[in-house]
Ligand binder design. Structure first.
Ligand code: CA
Length: 650
């Protein structure tokens, strides 16, 4: 028997090394990739549990000197190799990750007999691919012919790329658009610019695909999806009008070069929601020189706006952060003129005495936007930037929020990369706003904490129509944007009107239960809360305790129920404590049913629940009650319209 087993093992190793196979399978066997060359062109198909997800979709890349889109001949494969990696994700939905995937490298030659490799990975949560161009010296990559052909009948959950030089002070594109929900594949993007990642698709009931990219750094451009073209979404380079006209849209690389990964995360909705593919495929670009600690952040600007970026208000917010045991305070735009550098140093010292680290806002520019907010022109020049960071370090500043980038060209990717590397020299954490999607950056850059790249809470505070739609919008972004990376939505507003006494602001349409569910639903290495100091007096003690104990990073995540654009129930664990949060993005109440059989025993829990309007006459009242999770581990709960809940289990 032993001999037989040995023979079997030997045979399987032999088979995997011969390289004759052209079919790649995921370790669990559920995903299958076919690669083919036909009439001089490259294609791939992807299957999940024998369902077709990607139908004969195009591949290829064009450089200044080589064309790998036609006249292609198949040359060989590496054979399947297994890739494993155990790593820690300090900023996200799971902490200890055991990654396993199968990888295959197909080699082709073009008309001029130059070699190109197409590398495919299949993991249990989907398929990814990238190109490797061999050779030496500099090369210019002009475009990719990579595409995605989804089966007919697929429904899309898509967000458009904004038109360049549109929006606030011409700062677009900054990934701050609405999602279209359950739209046909033929849908044309709002501005004719294509769609941004991540793009979600329901191929058939219970079968989902999330398209994105990861591993983008200073060596490439950030890409997006084209409008659908003969049934194919193509990977498209930034448009010429991104950033400044003189900045090139192509990518300058040094050979040999491997492109970022194109990712097809797929399976059940839970498979997609729990996936860490964007982080699994990348490695750190440098070591952390300091200990960067994720945390909760007090932040006045979202409700109180520019005119409250003044010393006394910021000091009050430090006191609020101290009361809640929160780690940080963010001081937003105009601190340089409305507070001044000496007083900022005083606030940093006051914060340090209360264990509250102070972070500062900066305008990214440069000449690429007209945003008047200062401080300006301190982040785009290496010498000036490093001098500024040296000052920050000298007064104990812990992080920066850099805003208004305006495009996906390589010049922008270099600026993100430069800011992050320099900040690491001075122990500074980085948060980008008015920005592109982070593409694996939590791992690649150890001091990268979060990005906006979402139509977040700030829009809710500026426009009643956005506030009216907030709950549904959140139900889109948690299934898309937040799946691939830290998302600085800046949630949890408890004011009835989202402004100060003077500005008043739009009426909030979500319940208190909805708002309190958000720090569990949304993940961000720095979670900026939209609460104001008065909220601590207005709400019961259990709310204050909840806000003071809520973690920002998680050991484990389980998706329990939900549908994009409608509602979600998500369980996350931190240490021995589970938080189960749910919310309803629709106008009617929603009954949710979910299974918590991952708890071994009968458990007692506490729940924070909306007090229904019919009883309280308010949408801003919550109650805490003790509950017992039943023996069958099935929970049934009705969430009011725009409402939410949190269950906490030790
Ligand atoms: Ca913004």
């Amino acid at each position: 028997m032993k001999k037989f087993l040995f023979l079997m093992l030997f045979t399987s190793i032999l088979l995997s090394c011969t390289g004759k196979t052209e079919v790649l399978k995921s370790p669990d066997g559920n995903f299958k990739v076919n690669f083919s060359v036909k009439d001089g062109e490259m294609f791939y198909s992807v299957f999940w549990k024998d369902n077709l997800l990607m139908d004969k979709s195009p591949l290829g890349i064009k450089t200044v000197s080589e064309d790998f889109t036609e006249g292609i001949k198949y040359s060989g494969t590496s054979g399947v190799r297994t890739v494993t990696k155990n790593y820690e994700l300090k900023n996200g939905k799971k902490r200890h990750i055991k990654y396993i995937a199968n990888e295959i490298e197909y080699t082709v030659i073009n008309k001029s007999h130059t070699e190109l490799s197409v590398i495919f990975r299949a993991s249990n949560d989907g398929v990814s691919f990238r190109y490797k161009i061999n050779g030496q010296g500099n090369e210019i990559i002009l475009s990719e012919n990579s595409g995605f052909r989804l089966p007919a009948g697929t429904k899309g959950f898509l967000t458009p790329l904004s038109k360049a030089k549109s929006g606030w002070a011409l700062t677009n594109p900054s990934y701050e658009e609405n999602y279209h929900v359950e739209v046909p594949l033929e849908t044309v993007s709002d501005y004719g610019q294509g769609w941004t990642y991540p793009a979600l698709f329901e191929v058939m009931e219970g079968c989902w695909v999330l398209l994105s990219e990861t591993g983008t750094d200073r060596n490439y451009v950030a890409t997006h999806l084209s409008d659908i073209d003969n049934g194919v979404y193509f990977v498209e380079f930034p448009h010429d009008d991104h950033n400044l006209p003189e900045d090139h849209s192509y990518a300058e690389v040094e050979l040999p070069y491997s492109t970022p990964w194109r990712t097809i995360t797929a399976g059940s909705l839970a498979d997609v929601m729990e996936s860490t593919m964007a982080q699994d495929l990348v490695d750190p670009l440098y070591e952390a020189k300091f200990d960067y600690v994720p945390g909760r952040v007090a932040w006045s600007w979202v409700i109180l706006k520019d005119r409250n970026t003044v010393f006394d208000v910021q000091k009050d917010y430090i006191d609020m952060a101290e009361e809640l045991g929160w780690e940080y305070l963010l001081i937003d735009a105009l601190w340089d003129t409305q507070i001044g550098r000496d007083k900022i140093a005083e606030l940093a010292e006051y914060g340090a005495s209360k264990n509250v680290g102070v972070m500062l806002w900066y305008n990214s520019n440069g000449d690429w936007n007209d945003a008047p907010q200062s401080p300006k022109n301190l982040m785009d020049d290496r010498e000036i930037r490093r001098k500024e960071m040296e000052w920050m370090q000298s007064i104990g500043i812990k992080g920066i929020k850099v805003d208004f980038f305006g495009g996906d060209k390589q010049v922008a990717m270099r600026l993100y990369d430069d800011i992050l590397r320099d900040a690491n020299d001075y122990g500074i954490m980085v948060n980008f706003h008015g920005t592109t999607l982070p593409r694996g950056w939590e791992i690649m850059y150890p001091n990268f904490m979060t990005s906006e790249a979402v139509k977040g809470q700030e829009f809710v505070t500026m426009d009643q129509a956005v506030a009216d739609n907030q709950a549904a919008h959140v139900a889109s972004v948690v299934f898309t944007r937040n799946v691939v990376g830290a998302m600085d939505f800046t949630p949890v507003a408890l004011n009835v009107r989202l402004g100060d006494v003077k500005t008043r602001g739009p009426f909030r349409r979500t319940t208190a239960g909805f708002e309190l569910s958000m720090p569990v639903i949304m993940t961000s290495g720095l979670q900026h809360f939209a609460i104001v100091p008065d909220n601590l007096k207005e709400f019961p003690e259990f709310v204050v305790n909840y806000l003071s104990e809520i973690p920002v990073t998680w050991d484990e995540t389980r998706f329990l129920d939900g549908y994009p654009g409608k509602y979600a129930v998500i369980a996350r664990r931190s240490g021995d404590r589970w938080y189960i949060a749910g919310f309803n993005g629709e106008g009617d109440e929603r009954q949710v049913n979910f299974d918590v059989s991952f708890f071994a025993e009968e458990v007692d829990a506490i729940a924070i629940l909306d007090i229904p309007f019919i009883i309280s006459g308010s949408f801003n009242m919550v109650a805490m009650s003790e509950i017992t999770i039943p023996n069958n581990k099935k929970i049934e709960h009705t969430i009011p319209s725009n409402g939410g809940f949190v269950i906490i289990i030790e």
